[in-house]
Design a protein around this ligand. Structure first.
Ligand SMILES: C[S@@+](CC[C@H](N)C(=O)[O-])C[C@H]1O[C@@H](n2cnc3c(N)ncnc32)[C@H](O)[C@@H]1O
Ligand code: SF4
Length: 369
């Protein structure tokens, strides 16, 4: 028997649908009916999921990490805490479990926070994105600067461990000279322990597609944030993530290290590591409590592991056969090698996809010789 001790739950409700968002969500119009349907979906999912785990000889161990993502999970409110406790926490939490919820400014109440804290919530991820009202507007966010500062004050005063989401590559940021340094300086006054840094990914129909900053500008923004946060004691421990020592996301580290993470909720994607050379990924459908399964071959798994390890500051030991690829990365300041371990620099993190192409090309070359 193998164990799974991490759970991701996708909660697909938002007050407003931001026009840039890639994630699965529905506008919350009628909380009562939508929650009833969602609860029914989850109840049915739990037994489907249990059969799936049984068929792969997996059992639950006390949960070491729980991550409630969305959507806007906080909109589930106290009713959500009661449902989660009754229907899902029979799985039980491990001692020192990390239990995270994504919360957008303006979507919480003290009572709701207490209800979730009462069942183990101990980490918050705040959908901040920017502290500049003009960019919040461009981003189609409905929260205000005041909403954000109120929430951060509450979190700081009540000693919550929390992370912030911050967006780069925002439309108009180049021409309006977005002052990232001043936004970050203000944010740091509220003592976040962790910051997730995303670069806006715009689809062709995005309304501000013509106002996107150019790649060189976004690259400078990213490198600036990395240097700035490192100078304030944060560790750039993954492409998009920074943490003060000891505050890395345990849940996300499980994905990046190829460990099993179960998932529930529409579009929630789980991963079971069956053996060192076998794994399955499953993604929940949005209309029925069913999922699609993808079996990873040994080859796919080894490339994925390589990609995931390069994403983090763990890095990896690349075999001698790759030494000429790694040497060229070091020369271009994309990587560092320490006692045989290759780790990427901030510039390398930014170039990760093209570095993976180097590996594919090289492998192909070796094979075709
Ligand atoms: C899906 S949201 C869920 C949490 C919360 N509702 C929020 O807005 O922060 C998680 C993160 O994904 C980011 N995100 C959504 N669409 C994105 C896109 N097209 N490009 C980059 N980041 C995106 C959001 O800005 C947010 O930081
Ligand atoms: S609040 Fe978050 S999840 Fe909802 S639409 Fe906006 S970015 Fe997407």
């Amino acid at each position: 028997m193998t164990h799974v001790s991490s759970l991701y739950l996708h909660i697909p409700f938002c007050q407003h649908l931001c026009n840039y968002c890639d994630f699965y969500k529905r506008k919350l119009d009628s909380a009562h009916h939508q929650f009833e349907d969602f609860h029914q979906f989850l109840k049915e999912s739990v037994s489907v999921h249990q059969n799936f785990l049984n068929s792969h000889h997996f059992t639950w161990a006390p949960l070491e990490t729980v991550y409630l993502g969305g959507g806007t999970p906080s909109l589930w409110g106290e009713e959500g805490a009661a449902f989660f406790n009754k229907e899902l926490l029979n799985l039980s939490l491990a001692k020192n479990a990390e239990f995270t919820m994504e919360i957008d400014p303006g979507t919480w109440t003290h009572e709701m926070m207490m209800a979730w804290k009462g069942i183990g919530l101990n980490r918050i991820s705040v959908g901040t994105q920017s502290l500049d009202p003009q960019f919040l507007k461009v981003l189609d966010r409905i929260h205000t600067l005041e909403d954000t500062l109120n929430f951060l004050t509450y979190l700081k005063e009540n000693n919550w461990n929390y992370s912030l989401d911050f967006l780069l590559g925002v439309p108009y940021s180049q021409e309006k000279k977005r002052d990232i340094r001043s936004e970050l300086e203000t944010l740091l006054q509220y003592s976040p322990k962790h910051i997730s840094l995303y670069i806006l990914n715009a689809r062709s129909k995005y309304p501000h597609i013509q106002q996107m900053p150019d790649d060189g500008y976004v690259r400078e923004e990213y490198l600036f944030v990395s240097e700035f946060l490192k100078s304030k004691g944060f560790h750039h421990y993954e492409v998009s993530n920074f943490a003060l020592p000891g505050f890395e996301s345990k849940h996300n580290l499980k994905y990046w290290r190829g460990e099993s993470v179960a998932a529930l909720g529409p579009t929630g994607t789980g991963y079971l590591s069956l053996s060192p050379v076998e794994a399955v990924r499953y993604k929940w459908k949005v209309t029925h409590p069913e999922f699609e399964i993808e079996k990873l071959t040994e080859k796919e798994l080894s490339l994925e592991r390589l990609y995931l390890l390069l994403r983090t500051s763990d890095g990896l030991i690349l075999g001698d056969e790759f030494s000429c690829v790694v040497d060229s990365w070091v020369q271009q300041k994309y990587a560092l090698v320490n006692e045989g371990r290759v780790t990427l620099t901030a510039l390398g993190f930014l170039m990760l996809d093209s570095l993976m192409d180097d590996i594919f090309r090289f492998e192909h070359l070796v094979k075709s010789r």
